[in-house]
Design a protein around this ligand. Structure first.
Ligand SMILES: Cc1cc2nc3c(=O)[nH]c(=O)nc-3n(C[C@H](O)[C@H](O)[C@H](O)COP(=O)(O)OP(=O)(O)OC[C@H]3O[C@@H](n4cnc5c(N)ncnc54)[C@H](O)[C@@H]3O)c2cc1C
Length: 360
């Protein structure tokens, strides 16, 4: 009976990070289970450059030092010289994390359950096979929960006529007027004629692809982009609620990624936080680390409840952006804002609804 040093359930970004950051330099035998074909996964992960992300600068696809938040009437432009907005593609992250010294065996199988037996775990897959490992890193998570807000999106990688885009400036959020939902367009201009254009919604229900396509098409037409070639698409759902099961009772089980609470629910940013989580786990002798600080979590909760209970069309985000500098804004998004920035954020928010949420 072979007992692996560790079993990774799911080879999304967090499972991959475990292989690279925790076991990459060892000679350990690791087993990973993934029930999808990860070679078909192709999307970009955005984040602002923080100290903990600097070790991965070599695989950053592109950096933007300017970004905008606005709607058809207002546009706030932020600049940051040392903390740019960056993207890493899933493919590059995967290749980077799989290039290691350790011995990783990948099983394209679904894990059904696992349980502890003496000082190791027995893992059962859907084809009724059994595997054994000393530790479990589990990244399975439910992205939807009845009545809870979700960030759901669909994006198209397009190529267009030369000099259509300013590839130095990223459109972080361009809000459009909708009935009772928060919607914005996100544009990553990779070059003057290539971009990812995404339609994003904060609501409790996910829409049909045709809905997002129509919003993207409307936006492009309004900006005189009438012809484009579609290269690829990406879509996703990110929970805007805190993960339920965070600290497993067994000290050799680690919940990682979104399952382990890596997502910052008010923004949907999870990629750089799940990397921070694995880096923190490497230094810790616990099976759970707090990625988001207490005050940040509290502010996130209040903000999400505000979004759930009020009709918001993006004005609060625009006001917030206009009251902060680029560096203050990115520090807030990356969970690193100081007290002064936090006070500025609180001051930017609609007072009465926020006070109500605070006392709920
Ligand atoms: C298209 C897309 C774009 C995103 N963009 C950004 C971004 O720009 N910035 C950002 O910060 N965040 C972004 N996110 C959010 C977040 O970073 C991602 O959701 C990220 O993939 C979360 O990683 P994870 O490892 O926690 O979970 P997942 O990526 O969901 O990985 C879990 C893996 O486990 C596998 N699995 C599930 N159940 C089983 C089972 N029973 N047996 C075996 N395998 C199983 C799944 O197939 C999956 O591959 C994006 C998400 C999506 C979907």
């Amino acid at each position: 009976m072979k007992i692996y040093k560790a079993a990774i359930i799911g080879l999304g970004p967090s499972g991959l990070a475990v292989n690279k950051i925790l076991y990459g330099d060892s000679n350990n035998e690791i087993i990973a289970f993934e029930n999808e074909d990860i070679n078909k996964r192709d999307n970009f992960f955005g984040f602002w450059l923080t100290d903990w992300m600097r070790p991965f600068e070599n695989i950053i696809e592109k950096k933007w030092y300017e970004w905008t938040v606005g709607n058809k009437n207002t546009n706030v432009t932020h600049t940051s010289i040392d903390r740019p907005y960056c993207v890493i593609s899933f493919k590059d992250w995967k290749n980077f994390c799989l290039k290691t010294k350790n011995n990783l065996e990948i099983k394209n199988k679904q894990v059904v359950r696992y349980f502890s037996q003496q000082n190791f775990f027995k893992i059962i897959t859907a084809d009724n096979k059994e595997y054994y490992a000393e530790k479990i890193y589990d990244s399975r998570s439910s992205k939807e929960k009845k009545g809870e807000l979700l960030q759901h999106f669909f994006g198209i990688n397009i190529s267009v006529a030369d000099n259509t885009f300013n590839d130095k400036k990223l459109t972080l959020m361009h809000f459009t007027k909708e009935n009772n939902i928060l919607h914005f367009i996100y544009i990553l201009p990779f070059s003057h004629n290539k971009a990812l254009v995404e339609s994003t919604v904060f609501s409790t229900e996910v829409f049909d692809i045709s809905w997002y396509r129509e919003k993207i098409s409307d936006y492009l037409k309004q900006n005189n982009i009438n012809e484009f070639n579609e290269k690829s698409t990406e879509k996703g759902i990110i929970p805007m609620f805190f993960a339920e099961e965070k600290k497993p009772a067994n000290s050799n089980v680690f919940n990682i990624g979104i399952r382990g609470g890596a997502c910052k629910p008010s923004t949907g940013y999870a990629f750089s936080f799940l990397i921070k989580q694995i880096q923190l786990l490497k230094k810790s002798n616990q099976n759970y680390v707090n990625i988001h600080k207490f005050l940040e979590r509290k502010m996130d909760k209040i903000f999400i409840n505000f979004l759930k209970n009020n009709s918001e069309d993006g004005q609060s985000f625009i006001k917030l952006a206009s009251n902060l500098s680029g560096n203050e804004f990115q520090s807030f998004m990356m969970g690193e804002s100081n007290l002064l920035t936090k006070l500025k954020i609180i001051k930017s928010m609609p007072k009465l609804p926020f006070i109500k949420e605070l006392f709920k």
